[in-house]
Design a protein around this ligand. Structure first.
Ligand code: DQA
Length: 140
């Protein structure tokens, strides 16, 4: 089963960025753990700070993968364009946020990605991605 994780802006700095909110584990460290924990899954991690690059990647991968895990970072709260790209995906989409966006500033409470994702997991840190991998595996 092929799963594409799409991470948006500033998520490349997780590990050092605001560790009190996002934790200290890097995505590279997490990927090492997930590849061991889910040997039957083919997990690709894509990260970009650019809205258009994220849309291009969704359009490319929707022909190839069995599910998406999306954390569009701040674009979750602003990007109708990313929502539209995800709208044309036929595979399951799970939205993940490391922090609990509903307990933070009000401008983080609405997510355009939530309009198209089947499930939204918040506030579990990197474990939220594992929960998403579990859910996608169950759907297979
Ligand atoms: C985030 C929450 C967003 O509001 C923020 O802009 C991020 C990270 C999270 O994973 O908690 O960049 O998506």
């Amino acid at each position: 089963m092929r799963i594409c994780i799409i991470n948006g802006p500033n998520l490349n700095e997780i590990g050092t960025r605001e560790p009190e909110i996002y934790g200290t584990l890097t995505f590279q460290g997490a990927m090492d753990l997930w590849q061991k924990k889910y040997p039957s899954l083919d997990i690709e991690l894509f990260q970009s700070n650019h809205e258009g690059a994220i849309i291009d990647h969704i359009q490319l991968k929707k022909k190839e993968v069995d599910g998406f895990i999306v954390n569009a970072g701040a674009y979750s709260h602003t990007s109708i364009a990313i929502m539209d790209a995800l709208r044309s995906v036929n595979q399951p989409i799970i939205e993940v946020h490391l922090s609990d966006i509903y307990k933070r500033e009000s401008y983080r409470h609405h997510s355009y990605v939530s309009e198209v994702a089947q499930t939204c997991i918040v506030g579990m840190g990197m474990k939220g991605y594992e929960k998403a991998l579990d859910l996608l595996s169950e759907k297979a």
